[in-house]
Design a protein around this ligand. Structure first.
Ligand code: H2B
Length: 102
C-alpha cells in the first residue's frame, strides 16, 4: 500500500539523506565513492539484496557516483518496501570508505 504523505514524511525522518521526488513519486539519494570499484561493489551488494527482496532500485552510475530512486511501480508510489530497501542501501553505503573531499 502506498504511504500517505504524512507516513512518507515520517519515514523520511529516519532517512535524512533521502529526498522525496514528487514528479517521480519516488525517494532519491545520490552516493559518491572513492572510485568505480567501490561504487560497483556497492551496486553489487544492493543488487543481491534487491533481488532477494524482489524489489529493485531505479538507478544510474557514472564512475564513482550512484543515483538511486526507489518507488513501488506496482503501487505507483512509495511503500514500506522502499523505506526498508533504503535503510539497507544506507547500511551498505556506510561500509564503504569515504570519498575524498572535493
Ligand atoms: N521493484 C520495484 N521497485 N517495484 C515493483 O513494483 C517491482 C519491483 N515489482 N521488482 C516486481 C519486481 C515485479 O515486477 C516482479 C514480477 O515481481
Amino acid at each position: 500500500m502506498r504511504l500517505s504523505d504524512d507516513a512518507r514524511a515520517e519515514a523520511l525522518h529516519g532517512l535524512p539523506d533521502w529526498a522525496w521526488d514528487a514528479d517521480a513519486q519516488a525517494i532519491r539519494r545520490s552516493f559518491r565513492f572513492r572510485d568505480f570499484p567501490e561504487a560497483f561493489g556497492f551496486m553489487t551488494r544492493v543488487a543481491l539484496a534487491a533481488e532477494k527482496a524482489d524489489h529493485h532500485p531505479d538507478w544510474s552510475n557514472s564512475w564513482n557516483r550512484v543515483d538511486v530512486a526507489l518507488s513501488t511501480h506496482s503501487e505507483g508510489g512509495v511503500t514500506s518496501r522502499d523505506v526498508d530497501l533504503a535503510k539497507r542501501i544506507d547500511a551498505f553505503a556506510s561500509l564503504a570508505p569515504p570519498p575524498p573531499p572535493h
